[in-house]
Write a protein that binds this ligand. Structure first.
Ligand code: ADP
Length: 637
């Protein structure tokens, strides 16, 4: 029977196979996840590229819309112009700009104001002839009261000059101060009031009035920077340099001047090149490294233009990047950067493709962030995968263990059923035969009949014990709740069981040793007796040669130990734990053909546990075994 039943034991290699399957599953999962991650990375890259392309198209649209808007506002005078832009209308005689004064210098200036010929002849003759400077000053002073502003201004210029020559500096300064209040008059192409303020500075320098000079020069610089006078580029630069020299330490940098100069310079260049350019157009110009966008229309003799500086271009770039997380750079047609710089990974819209005056390059503003997000996702996925893998392996292992246990229980149960059937069959067979013989009157001799009756009694007792043992096992397994505890003396119990067992085991020698002192226990007499009986029964069953069993009751301070020793076949170390589980039989016992059901020791174990004690086993294969029930003694008050 055994070899057949062994078939149910799952081989170790099956476990290995099962786990190898699970590991292969996990490896496949990891491989798939790796592929997934690669694909996700590729999709991510593609998505990033598409985002850049969309942002680049949007940038083109924003630029075109902004330029159209600028053009409309500038040329149709529809609404205010954005910051850092100026609309210019120039002809040969004048320049108008919007907002007024945005141009610090202009391409063309108005001619000098008309003065009737010969009006200053007398004064100049006196100034440069023999009549003397005082005389000349009087003549000029008289003319300063003339009704014509141009004459008045011409007279004040000459008066100041004459007084200066005469060393009458204070009066000269006064004359210039008066001249500075005359506006809208140009002398020799230059504004009279500017000439007056320059002359004052010059006199103040000559007379060493540093404080006043610096203050006036500072104001002069500021007015020049605000585009107060219509001056040509050369005149403005000369005047501004001179004013800066006079201002000395006061010549601090002026906010927005560079931007204004760039716009004015662009207007100047545009005017001078108007013949060489198409009648309408737009271009990106550079002045002192500052980009200026220029759009123009030439309708001779007039030129209209709108100019926009760096601040305006930056506003456009900001509009592009405001929603999309991108950086924007503008480049000129030669690929030189105009505004901003972007990394290599970018989308480009060239000026040739878009018709814009610049090339647009777009790049992701935070490429590192995308990489960090991707690697965080990757880490998360890998962690999830590791957990799933561990779960698969763990659950596979436990499932396998469960299956293994189920199979083992099935095997044990099958063994148990076959063992029990066998144990029942042997006495039943002999009882049936004997009772038939007796019934049919085939046993004539009285002696024989007597012997047969004894056999019938013995076999029926054997059956009874077997059934009792099975029922008791059920009770023992149900736990301490089904026990009937009472106070008893362990010595009495051991002696009673031994006496009964001796009757059952005729021909066996039982050596008993109990202490003389009482040994109180709180125990279920019947169950504890049954446990001891089982140990004795086993000692008898598994000791084929030595027909002596030693039973020893010893007392510790709190424990009573009932040890049953034999000199039988012994138990190998690997069996010493499992034989206490139900249906488990020792390999040696099974192989040596000793009958058994595998519930005896399980019952003993349950009983001892229910009494709050423990089982101990010492054994050596071939030398014998000692089973000891260690049970706590009853506490006496
Ligand atoms: P069984 O009906 O097989 O005797 P038990 O539960 O009483 O079942 O014992 C379990 C196993 O323990 C036995 O099959 C045997 O291998 C081993 N065993 C029990 N008592 C002894 C003993 N005194 N000597 C050797 N082996 C023993």
């Amino acid at each position: 029977m055994m070899p057949l039943l062994h078939w149910f034991r799952p081989p170790r290699s099956l476990l290995t196979l099962y786990l190898a399957g699970a590991i292969t599953g996990v490896v496949c999962l990891a491989w798939l996840a790796g592929r997934l991650l690669d694909q996700e990375q590729a999709v991510e890259l593609q998505r990033a590229r598409e985002q850049l392309e969309v942002a680049a198209d949007r940038a083109v649209a924003v630029c075109q819309r902004s330029l159209n808007e600028l053009e409309r506002r500038a040329f149709a005078a529809d609404g205010p112009l954005p910051p850092d832009t100026v609309a210019v209308i120039a002809d040969r005689l004048s320049v108008r700009s919007r907002p007024a004064g945005r141009l610090v210098f202009v391409p063309v200036v108005a001619p000098s104001s008309d003065v009737p010929p010969g009006v200053f002849t007398a004064g100049e003759q006196a100034e440069f002839g023999k009549a003397g400077l005082a005389n000349a000053a009087d003549i000029y002073r008289a003319l300063t009261r003339a009704p014509s502003r141009a004459v008045r201004a011409g007279a004040l210029v000459r008066l100041g000059r004459t007084l200066r020559k005469a060393g009458r500096h204070a009066e000269a300064l006064q004359a210039y101060a008066e001249l500075a209040r005359v506006d809208d008059v140009r002398i020799e192409g230059r504004p009279a009031d500017l000439m007056a303020r320059e002359a004052r500075c010059s006199v103040l320098e000559e007379t060493g009035q540093r404080d006043v000079l610096e203050r006036e020069a500072h104001d002069l610089r500021r007015d020049l920077a605000s585009g107060r006078w219509a001056l040509t580029r050369a005149a403005w630069e000369f005047a501004f340099d001179e004013a800066s020299t006079w201002a000395g330490a006061g010549a601090t940098s002026i906010d927005g001047l560079d931007a204004a100069v760039a716009l004015a310079a662009a207007a100047d260049t545009l005017w001078r090149q108007r013949q060489d350019r198409p009648a309408t157009g737009q271009a990106l110009m550079r002045h002192a490294d500052r980009p200026v966008l220029a759009e123009w229309k030439v309708e001779p003799p007039q030129m209209s233009a709108v100019l926009a500086g760096r601040e305006y271009l930056e506003t456009i770039c900001r509009q592009v990047s405001i929603d999309a997380d991108v950086e924007v750079a503008l480049e000129d047609r030669d690929g030189q950067p105009i505004l901003g710089r972007v990394s290599a990974a970018r989308a480009v819209r060239t000026a040739a493709d878009t018709g814009l005056p610049w090339t647009i390059a777009i790049a992701a503003a935070h490429p590192d962030r995308a990489v960090a997000e991707a690697s965080a996702r990757r880490r998360l996925l890998l962690a999830g995968l590791a957990i799933v893998g561990a779960l698969i392996l763990g659950s596979s292992y436990f499932t396998f263990r469960g299956i293994q246990r189920e199979l083992a229980i099935a095997r044990l149960q099958s063994e148990f059923v076959s063992a029990v059937s066998h144990e029942f069959r042997t006495p039943l067979t002999s009882m049936r035969q004997l009772s038939h013989m007796l019934l049919e009157g085939r046993v004539i001799s009285d002696d024989r009949r007597g012997q047969y009756y004894e056999v019938l009694v013995r076999e029926s007792e054997r059956l009874h014990r077997l059934v009792e043992r099975l029922l008791s096992f059920g009770r023992a397994e149900a736990g301490a709740g089904r026990y009937r505890f009472e106070s008893l003396d362990a010595g009495d119990l051991v002696r009673t069981v031994m006496t009964n067992f001796q009757r059952h085991a005729g021909g066996w020698s039982l050596e008993i040793s109990t202490p003389s002192t009482p040994c109180p226990l709180r125990a279920d007499r019947e169950m504890l007796s049954l446990a001891l009986w089982n140990l004795l029964d086993n000692a008898m069953k598994y000791s084929p040669e030595c027909r002596t069993i030693w039973v020893e009751l010893t007392l510790d301070r709190t424990y009573a130990s009932i040890a049953v020793r034999d000199r039988g076949i012994g138990i190998p170390p690997q069996d010493r734990q499992r034989i206490f589980r139900k249906f488990e039989r020792g390999v040696q016992a099974a192989e040596s053909g000793v009958q058994g059901t595998g519930i005896g020791l399980a019952l003993v174990h349950h009983v001892v546990k229910a009494h709050g004690g423990e089982m101990r086993l010492e054994s050596e294969v071939g030398s014998g075994s000692t089973f000891t029930m260690v049970i706590p003694m009853e506490r006496t008050a």
